[in-house]
Design a protein around this ligand. Structure first.
Ligand code: MOS
Length: 690
């Protein structure tokens, strides 16, 4: 299709609403309510494993503004309690410290909070197993995303045994927590047997279709609305316990709305997180750097409450050529909070391990890290044998080298001391699959004056998807973006899949484009107002037989203070091949955000676990450190001119996640170049350089 608006900057269509404070977030929908809402406050368990013996609510109920305390004895019953994360307040079992054990309902949020302090929860404590180290692991059925747990190609053991260059190391990433600006929050209204949920979610249709059967009501009796969302990073991709808690509270309050906002501290236990990962990586190579044997054995942590398996070893299956290759995933199920999606699950920890290992191979063979990656470019997807569609990794590396000024870099580590600072540069590759989820539908209605109403139940979690969908609709209809009235974020609108897996714009944009094409075929260039077309995009296009991925190259300059070990990243550059960039402004923001989150992972982010109870003690943004402005230096994003019409009719691929991939590796490869100290565990704190 012809790109007219696509490829140009369009200011965010919701920018004015947001900066003037008129955009209503999940607990700001009072205008839609005909009664003052009740306010909820969650009470959580203090033991990691055991039972709720008794919830003593008498003091709390004596508070004049406390209305009710719901616990497992009096909360409305669910029709289906199979999912132990979502089946909150249904029985007395405690599966992790921080689990929802009661919910206070009060006239004000202050009274709800005070009420929560007055409730006494008596718990029976059982022995809990909370540490990954030393825990028994098992082979799950599949990893997140439905990936096979194990792959085995060629004869790894023999190839490894005879490889002239052999590297075998363990790389680890700590528990990391998504923590968008807006915590999980919702307003719920149960009326006439139907639930309306104003939710902060990455998937309105997903929440409705998950909650409805558990609540024992028809899917069309749950409406989920999410016009504005203050970020997600994956933690709002699937519904979690608090959404069900507020739905149950609304059912109990029958007719009166209920608001519930998860506290920042509770975000560290109730809404998903990235688990600790441990990657055992072995690379056997020829002296010229060509890999002959590659093994990535990933060990992760899951929860006994619900399984989640980070697909850490998946990128090692397609990234580089190697005739002999083995990958595996093992997890230990512990009495801890339920992990879930966090920006680039799998690729983020997996590519950290692989890309540091590649740097180690470059050092061991004396080959430039960029040259080494070029020598290991596969001709086809090593896993499937399918041709890559638009694999431009080498161009990203070369373009990056040019912009960054890679030439003339000292080969040896610890070669540059400027004042009190060791200075080094590093590089790493990035990759992310191009995902298209089928089943998205869109509706287009002709309005007066050659305007069009376009609707789809997609969401904009803050990334700018509302704006790029307007651009896509405008180009698909051949009109100006100003002629498009876009409605999103409501399950009353046509079905849309999750804003996750960097699939949103791909999947929703395809549905809008196909619907626009059908609309034009049905109604012509100047349709009568009121005519409409709705279609569902089942599959686009027949991509079977191709490996669809985006690629990138991240370059970092890292400085380490020779006396204090302080680590600084004055320069960070990412060069990407991501298909057509629909809106250069919002795209740049996504990639800059990804790089910043990668920097944050490299230097700061780490959830410290209490070894007795398994919860994270750094459960706020004072102690769980994330990169702040002062930590971010010259941050730059470039992309190659690309149009990938095999991936989507727009020619685009997803961009939400690739920015975090490889970034921590580039930074720590640069730290190693600066100091000679190899860091294989995230994050890199000052002490490791001393
Ligand atoms: Mo992303 S972690 O798939 O929302």
């Amino acid at each position: 299709m012809e790109a007219r608006s696509m490829g140009t900057v369009l200011d965010r269509v919701d920018g004015r609403e947001k900066v003037t404070g008129r955009a209503a977030y999940a607990v700001e929908h009072d205008g839609a309510l005909d009664q003052a809402p009740l306010h909820g406050w969650l009470l959580t368990s203090t033991t990691a494993k055991g039972r709720v013996l008794r919830v003593d609510a008498s003091d709390a109920l004596a508070h004049p503004e406390v209305v009710a305390i719901l616990d497992h004895t009096n909360a409305p019953r669910l029709a289906d309690t199979e999912d132990h994360e979502l089946a909150v307040l249904q029985d007395d079992r405690i599966g992790f410290r921080g689990q929802i054990v009661a919910l206070v309902l009060a006239e004000t949020i202050e009274a709800a909070r005070e009420g929560a302090r007055l409730v006494r929860v008596h718990e029976e404590v059982a022995g809990a197993e909370v540490r990954l180290e030393g825990a028994e692991t098992y082979t799950p059925e599949a990893a997140n995303g439905g990936f096979e747990t194990d792959t085995d190609q060629g004869d790894l053991d023999t190839a490894w045994a005879s490889a002239p260059v052999r590297l075998k190391h363990t790389y680890a990433t700590p528990p990391e927590f998504n923590n968008p600006m807006e915590p999980h929050a919702a307003t719920a209204l149960w009326r006439d047997g139907s639930l309306t949920l104003w939710d902060s979610t990455q998937a309105v249709h997903g929440v409705a279709s998950t909650l409805a059967p558990m609540l024992g009501i028809d899917r069309d009796r749950v409406r989920v609305i999410a016009p504005y969302i203050g970020g997600g990073f994956g933690c709002k991709g699937l519904p979690h316990g608090p959404e069900m808690a507020v739905a149950l509270a609304a059912r109990w309050a029958d007719g009166r709305p209920v608001k519930l906002a998860v506290t920042r501290q509770q975000m560290f236990g109730l809404t998903g997180y990235r688990t600790r990962t441990v990657s055992h990586l072995s690379i056997g190579a020829e002296p010229d750097g060509r890999i002959v044997a590659l093994e990535h054995a990933a060990v992760g942590q899951s929860s006994k409450v619900k399984e989640f398996v980070e697909q850490t070893a998946v990128p090692a299956r397609m990234m580089y050529a190697a005739p002999h290759r083995r990958t595996s995933h093992r997890v230990a199920a512990l009495d801890v909070a339920v992990p879930s999606w966090m920006r680039a699950p799998g690729e983020m920890p997996g590519m950290f391990a692989l890309e540091v290992a590649m740097d180690e191979l470059a050092e061991a063979t004396g080959i430039d890290p960029i040259e080494l990656r070029e020598r290991n470019e596969p001709e086809v997807d090593p896993e499937t044998g399918n041709p890559f569609n638009n694999r431009r990794l080498v161009e990203c590396l070369q373009r990056g080298a040019e912009i960054f000024g890679w030439e003339g870099r000292p080969t040896e580590p610890r070669a540059t001391l400027e004042g009190e600072w060791w200075v080094g540069t590093g590089v790493a590759s990035a990759t992310y699959p191009s995902s298209f989820f089928p089943g998205n539908a869109a509706r287009i209605v002709a309005l007066d004056d050659d305007r069009y109403a376009v609707s789809i139940g997609a969401v904009d979690i803050g990334t700018g998807s509302r704006t790029v969908l307007v651009q896509i609709a405008a180009d698909a209809l051949g009109v100006d973006p100003a002629a498009v009235d876009l409605a999103i974020a409501d399950t009353d609108l046509p079905k849309a899949t999750v804003a996750g897996g960097s699939s949103g714009t791909n999947s929703w944009g395809t549905a809008i484009t196909q619907t626009a094409q059908q609309f034009r075929a049905d109604h012509g260039e100047h349709p009568d107002p009121g005519v409409e077309t709705t279609t569902t995009a089942e599959a686009y296009p027949d991509t079977a037989g191709h490996a669809l991925h985006s690629f990138g190259a991240v370059f970092a300059e890292t400085r380490v203070h020779r006396l204090t070990g302080e680590i600084r990243v004055p320069r960070l550059l990412g060069v990407y091949s991501v298909g057509r960039v629909i809106n250069p402004m919002t795209a740049r923001s996504q990639l800059l955000g990804g790089l910043t989150m990668g920097l944050s992972a490299a230097l700061f982010e780490e959830g410290y676990q209490d070894p007795r109870f398994g919860h994270v003690v750094t459960q706020d943004l004072a102690s769980y450190h994330v990169a702040s402005h002062a930590d971010v230096g010259d941050l730059r994003v470039e992309w190659l001119d690309d149009v990938d019409e095999l991936s989507t009719p727009m020619g685009s691929r997803g961009i939400g996640e690739i920015g975090i991939v490889g970034t921590a590796a580039a930074i720590l490869n640069a730290a190693s170049h600066a100091t000679g100290v190899r860091v294989r565990d995230l994050p890199a704190t000052a002490d490791v350089f001393l």
